[in-house]
Design a protein around this ligand. Sequence first.
Ligand code: SF4
Length: 379
Amino acid sequence: MVEGKEQANHGEHRGRRELNQCKMKRRIAKEVKVGNITIGGDAPVSIQSMTKTDTCDVEATVTQIKELEAVGCELIRVAVPDIQAAKKLGEIVRQISIPLIADIHFDYRLALMAIKQGVSKLRINPGNIRKREQVKEVVQAAKERKVPIRIGVNAGSLDRKKYQELTPANLVASALDHIKVLEDLDFTDIIISLKASDIPITIESYRLMATKVDYPFHIGITEAGPPKRGSIKSAVGIGSLLALGIGDTLRVSLTGDPVEEVKVGCEILKALGLRPGLDLISCPTCGRCKVNLIEIVEQIEEEISRFPLRGTRFCGSSHLPFKVAVMGCVVNGPGEAKEADIGLAAGDGVGLIFRKGEIIKKVKEKEMVEALIKEIKDE
Ligand code: SF4
């Protein structure tokens, strides 16, 4: 009888979360393979970043890529400003396990070299390559090696001779020019990005482009700024697009450590229920709180940041984030803690620990962090 009731509670608990999950209807884009990652279709939204090292410094670049992979980066782009950098790409590819993307501007020879070196994707705007024969050569090589091409139109690089004003219509028109160059050569392994630092322009551009083509979208807010400001702008911009069902891979662009870019990307996806992992919910505290909740939450966050990311039950076993709620009093505490997978509702110097909606333990304030972490690890 008790068992039946527990199962019913757990079912209800799951049901509520699955309901939340159903609210976003995703734009279904064409599937494009980038190495072992699928972008588009119903593939999970992938996270990518870009190295900030000198690409010619293979050791530093590989070290940074591995750091990014460890926090959830699934594709990595490197700048290829010259032929020396292009020649180093193969060495990098051989030392990493996520697909490598070569970021190239104007020079078709760099694109040919990058393909030869084994990259999984090119970011290049074919309309910016001077001669049609040169574009043809790049497209032919990309086709042979099954290397997709991302067309990336940014506000800063919009051709202002042809498109004087920075508007969504002009960003889309510019991207369509580049797309046409590829389609005329019968190449359709295309991914598109339309980025501006202005959030409304970015959102409207992607919305408009979604009515024109079915290619997958790489989304982001370009030049978003330093980590704090840039994370907020990225969360608003990328989050809005994802909530509209738009976006197949994302990059958060911050003036700072790229590890932060990936972490922010993970948090955006988790916040929308689009990526498994651990989601920490905590109340802001107020005059009703009778424990030092800010310190408790800081300690819990510190502990969970050390959990391994991949191959763990927190990342791999569910399509939903694993929710941990830490609440400061009996007003909202028990309700929120019950909704989470693991919850803590604090009272006056004590707290109740919940697991899947059921109270399982009462602990003193100084035992809260350890007890909660133990429950998370036992999950
Ligand atoms: Fe205040 Fe309690 Fe709400 Fe936390 S849960 S903000 S302590 S009322």
